[in-house]
Design a binder for this molecule. Structure first.
Ligand code: SAH
Ligand code: SF4
Ligand code: F3S
Length: 467
């Protein structure tokens, strides 16, 4: 059955008109994109979307399982929602996303939160209409989790969160099986969308007036390998860039699959933004090997240097895990020295969190959690130092900013991002979401910039959008 047939086949009379639904999203961009589809399906069933828990007749938590604290937040939330359920017995409470794909979580949910009405996983969100119909009929928890994907589902309804910036999946799942990571288990093996489908979506977004598109995948550089394509991501990026979209980004890049010529393409094409998120995870070869990352410190640095020297004004950010099982103080210091060398523009840093069924949980882990936290704090000082240094280098210059909108507190203060993905808060007047303006930077903070809109017009030719 196609997705549309599936929707039509649902006995939607069971879903009463005028009901309100709230979708709460945790985790990465892939989940946010899934939530846009969940919202699309819900509105096509007649639900109105809302933000207030008290108003909602249906609350759906789209969850993340990447680290223990992500899961704990969700369990806390389900606990809080029990009181809402008491006050409004018809309230439907659902949980979906990556946590639902874990057997251990399902067992725990059944035991601890029997008042949940619906649980479904990442592979069957297109089944939401039928699952809701089942909830209406059956007064016990409806659980449907597929152990693996039954194929890609194109053309699902959607409600996009923003009118000017869009996320486009180019693939789902991941084949890398890094030894600490839950994603290949919660999202399944890599499946690339056909290039023609991705292009059609991008072209439609351009027609609708979108200014920025981010191509999404757990490892975008491996795009097309499962379709037998060679340099698939290069081809796709070039084709998407030719659609005329103003700003094109992608995430996430795995260094192992990153072809150098991609750097050349980014340098050459005006609408490919000079920003690359290139997770390194660790600076020591032995640790990288046990993480299953497939690259060495040296090969990472070679790629890093190539990108820095090829793409004018490029910003490079990274992800780092501190305290991987068995990591010694000396090995952690290799991460610090790599950071000092790269002077990353930004980084997301995490203490290692054991995830059920991943190989790393079996590795010996003698370092105490409290020491790992101290290492993380030490690393975060570097993150702050180099992010601030980059921001300070931008003061008194002008940069192109894509306007996200006015601040909630003050309609004359707007925010937006530069081409190299720096957050800017700036004074301006009468601007619209989606406007491209030049902003003079006046003050650097650690993780954002303050400025004022200038009268100058953006210069497309400059890679970093600077004047
Ligand atoms: N596909 C992306 C990352 C997805 S998860 C990539 O390969 O880079 C985002 C980040 O979470 C990872 O880069 C890693 O730094 C972190 N992460 C993943 N599993 C983790 C774990 N078990 N403990 C701590 N951090 C983890
Ligand atoms: Fe996880 Fe590694 Fe895949 Fe990234 S590449 S999603 S860290 S398994
Ligand atoms: Fe989390 Fe799943 Fe994304 S585990 S990081 S929401 S793929």
């Amino acid at each position: 059955m196609s997705n549309i047939d599936e929707l039509k086949a649902t006995d939607t009379r069971l879903i009463k008109a005028g009901k309100k639904a709230l979708v709460r999203t945790y985790g990465c961009q892939a989940n946010f994109r899934d939530s846009e589809h969940l919202k699309g399906i819900l509105t096509s069933l007649g639900y109105t979307l809302c933000e207030d828990l008290k108003e909602a007749d249906l609350i759906l938590l789209n969850t993340c399982a990447i680290r223990e604290n992500a899961s704990q937040r969700v369990f806390g939330e389900i606990g809080l929602l029990k009181s809402y359920k008491k006050q409004k017995p018809d309230l439907i409470l659902g949980l979906c996303g990556c946590m639902a794909q874990q057997k251990e979580t399902i067992a725990y949910i059944k035991e601890s939160y029997p008042y949940l009405d619906l649980v479904f996983g990442t592979h069957n969100l297109y089944r939401l209409p039928a699952l809701l119909a089942a909830v209406e009929k059956q007064r016990q928890t409806v659980i449907e989790v597929l152990p693996k994907s039954d194929g890609l589902h194109e053309n699902l309804p959607e409600v996009r969160d923003l009118p000017h910036k869009a996320w486009v999946n180019i693939m789902v799942g991941c084949d890398k099986f890094c030894t600490y990571c839950v994603v290949p288990y919660t999202r399944g093996r890599q499946q690339s969308r056909p290039m023609a489908e991705v292009l059609l979506e991008v072209e439609n977004l351009v027609k609708q007036g979108y200014k920025e598109i981010t191509l999404l995948g757990q490892n975008v550089n491996a795009y097309g390998k499962d379709l037998g394509l060679e340099s698939g991501f290069y081809q796709l990026l070039e084709a998407c860039s030719n659609t005329g979209i103003k700003r094109l980004r992608f995430t996430t890049s795995h260094p192992w699959d990153f072809e150098k010529k991609l750097g050349d393409l980014i340098a050459f094409k005006e609408n490919l933004m000079p920003f690359i998120h290139l997770p390194v995870q660790a600076g020591n070869d032995e640790v990288l090997k046990r993480m299953g990352r497939r690259y060495s410190r040296e090969s990472y640095l070679k790629l890093f240097d190539y990108l820095r020297s090829t793409i004018p004004g490029v910003a490079i950010s990274t992800d780092i895990i501190v305290g991987f099982p068995g990591e010694s103080r000396e090995q952690f210091e290799d991460t610090l020295s790599l950071y000092e060398y790269c002077k990353f523009d930004h980084a997301f840093t995490f203490v290692y969190s054991p995830r059920a069924n991943t190989p790393a949980t079996k590795f010996e882990d003698p370092v105490a959690e409290i020491d790992k936290k101290a290492w993380l704090a030490e690393l975060n000082l570097l993150v702050k130092k180099y992010s601030l240094a980059r921001n300070q280098s931008m003061v008194d210059k002008e940069y192109e900013v894509l306007v996200d909108g006015p601040s909630k507190k003050n309609p004359e203060v707007y925010s937006g991002y530069t081409k190299d993905n720096r957050l800017v808060n700036f004074n301006g007047a009468d601007l619209k979401t989606g406007d491209l303006v030049m902003v003079k930077i006046q003050q650097a903070r650690s993780f954002s910039l303050n400025g004022t809109k200038s009268q100058n017009q953006p210069i497309e030719k400059d890679k970093a959008g600077a004047l």
